[in-house]
Design a protein around this ligand. Structure first.
Ligand SMILES: Cc1ncc(COP(=O)(O)O)c(C=O)c1O
Ligand SMILES: C[C@H](O)[C@H](N)C(=O)O
Length: 350
């Protein structure tokens, strides 16, 4: 298998973008204080404060599961619960880490069209029970863009914020593809986070072009009290933190965070448009960021696998996710589309 060819399984599969690599090399000069006491970490944190237009607390951890789990644990006690969508990554793909990190906060799952929570679904969970045996809802967890490639609009975020205020709930945002959401919505990072009621954001650098590294951004600073100890205890305090924060600064200072997300979104839009020209291909959800979800006949999926195409099929029988990244090329999209066309037109095996 040729590992150099871009794939469509995940933006996790992409390499390191030039800007992140350049700043990694810049940081690799001599020694620097460890555990986040270096200049790069300070500069990156300050840049986030400028970008989000608020004096927020910023922490850097290795991956998204850690970012989600630790930030959720900071928002609630073990006897509380976290309301999330049934397709939420914290439910489906973090191996119980959120429950583990919080010593037991239960995830309460809601259904919702296109992978999104609604105020009604949240209220139904909050009001389902009020007895002492029910883990008291304390946090709403939203993913922006969602696991199904869709977006919460500002109006939807504000409606959820009002429910959170009504029931004294905190709002966590899984921003694994937050940059893609900012680009797609053409709103400022502040408008789609703290100005819409978000208390803490997990801003993913890994999917945006870094080797690894997520920024946990507490807009409600009081909630970050002693959070550094939580990171240390969880093994998420990088001794050579400059090699997470410097690439982050590279993305931020050069604008690559925005450029990479815009490119990925544009590639997904191009892929969607090419697929819509093929009879027999059905879109599963609105394509609003860098993911394309389609229904494909089983023999097409088999044919693509035989040609070493990589993609997730976690969204039900015949459901396929194609994820575009900062380094996706139109040429590779055209190759994928050509193979899909060929497979759909091939005579069905009896
Ligand atoms: C929506 C979402 N949230 C969180 C994560 C967790 O990231 P990681 O795999 O780095 O733990 C992912 C992973 O790709 C994701 O897709
Ligand atoms: C689904 C998988 O766990 C990963 N979060 C991804 O989006 O590729």
């Amino acid at each position: 298998m040729n590992f150099n060819l871009e794939q469509f399984a995940s933006d996790n599969n992409s390499g390191i973008c030039p800007e992140a690599l350049e700043y990694m090399m810049k940081a690799n000069q001599g020694s620097a204080p460890a555990y986040g006491n270096d200049e790069w970490t300070s500069l990156a944190a300050d840049y986030f404060r400028d970008l989000f237009e608020i004096d927020c607390e910023v922490f850097f951890v290795f991956n998204g599961t850690a970012a989600n789990s630790l930030s959720l644990a900071a928002l609630c006690q073990s006897y509380h619960s976290v309301i999330c969508h049934e397709n939420a990554h914290i439910e489906t793909d973090e191996c119980g880490a959120p429950e583990f990190a919080s010593n037991g906060s239960k995830l309460l799952l809601a259904k919702g069209e296109n992978g999104k929570l609604t105020p009604e679904a949240i209220e139904a969970i909050v009001n389902k029970r009020a007895d002492i045996h029910y883990p008291k809802p304390k946090v709403i967890s939203l993913t922006q863009s969602t696991e199904l490639g869709t977006l919460y609009s500002i109006d939807e975020l504000v409606a959820i914020k009002s429910v959170a205020q009504k029931y004294n709930l905190k709002i966590h945002m899984d921003g694994a593809r937050f940059a893609n959401a900012v680009v797609a919505m053409n709103k400022s990072p502040a408008e789609i986070t703290w100005k819409s009621g978000v208390d803490v954001l997990c801003f993913c650098g890994t999917k945006n072009g870094m080797a690894l590294g997520e920024a946990i951004i507490f807009f409600n600073k009081a909630l970050a009290e002693d959070f550094a100890y939580r990171c240390k205890q969880a093994g998420q305090l990088a001794s050579k933190m400059r090699f997470i924060s410097a690439p982050w600064l590279g993305l931020l200072e050069t604008g690559a965070w925005f450029k990479n997300a815009r490119h990925a979104n544009q590639c997904a839009e191009y892929l969607e448009n090419q697929l819509l020209k093929i009879e027999g291909v059905e879109m599963m959800f609105p394509r609003e960021a860098n993911a394309v979800f389609v229904k494909l006949p089983e023999q097409v999926i088999t044919s693509l696998r035989e040609k070493n195409w990589q993609f997730y099929t976690f969204i039900g029988v015949g459901g396929v996710r194609f994820m575009c990244s900062w380094n996706t090329t139109q040429a590779r999209i055209d190759e994928l589309v050509s193979d899909i066309k060929e497979a759909i037109c091939a005579p069905r095996s009896s």
